[in-house]
Ligand binder design. Structure first.
Ligand SMILES: [Zn+2]
Length: 225
């Protein structure tokens, strides 16, 4: 694949069953306000990709066919082949989940607001309830995102709920640890979570960062083959 697309090692043994990746800044932006599905997919290995209007919510949407209009939401599950899911990020975590047993995939836009609404936990619960996924089998990848070095909040004591307080250190918040906790709480073993631990704000040549003032977005994508 394109050298400007990062991949999770944890998914590599399944490269004949899924295609996935994270685009980096040299590939350009996937901010899609005025672009259609096809134009956006030109730089990805698909003809069409399910990009959505991301709203920092917590709905988990099952996509069973290619939508006619752009969906609104932050978490998507697909179980059919060739419905590529993509999340746009620039500091927020793009999280991909694959279950090699039930052959389902999920893509989550996990910004801090959605983390406060437990979007990761809700997604995994839906994979379990509707598709019979066993958390013990799930593999999770988390894209480069805002590190604890740069995730500064003005007043995290009031901005974040009680369950996120253990990840607060003065004004700084470890959002990756907060995500990891939501994932392991569902029963997914820690060694099945891969985090690309590079801060988007600290690596301006490689990643778009909202906090650096970038308008651009990276795409975090996954597709069942
Ligand atoms: Zn940083």
């Amino acid at each position: 694949m394109n050298k400007n697309i990062l991949e999770f090692s944890i998914f590599k043994p399944y490269s004949n069953r899924i295609t996935h990746g994270i685009t980096t800044k040299p590939m350009g932006s996937f901010d899609d306000k005025d672009k259609d599905f096809r134009t956006q997919s030109e730089k990805l290995p698909f003809t069409h990709t399910v990009f959505s209007n991301q709203i920092h919510g917590d709905d988990v949407i099952v996509v069973n066919k290619f939508p006619k209009e752009k969906l609104s939401g932050d978490s998507f599950i697909a179980y059919k082949k060739n419905i590529p899911l993509a999340i746009k990020v620039a500091d927020c975590q793009g999280i991909l989940i694959y279950d090699p047993v039930t052959e389902i995939i999920a893509a989550i836009h996990a910004g801090w607001k959605s983390l406060t609404k437990e979007i990761i936990k809700k997604t995994i619960h839906k994979m379990k309830k509707e598709f019979g996924a066993n958390p013990k089998h799930l593999l999770v990848g988390i894209s480069p995102s805002l590190g604890k070095c740069c995730a500064k909040f003005s007043d995290p004591k009031t901005e974040l709920p009680e369950f996120m307080q253990p990840f607060v250190d003065n004004h700084m918040v470890n959002l990756l640890s907060a995500s990891k906790k939501q994932i392991t709480d569902t029963g997914i073993p820690e060694n099945q979570i891969e985090i690309i631990n590079e801060c988007t704000k600290c690596n301006p040549n490689k990643y778009f960062s909202h906090r650096n003032g970038d308008k651009g977005r990276m795409a975090v994508f996954i597709n069942l083959l």
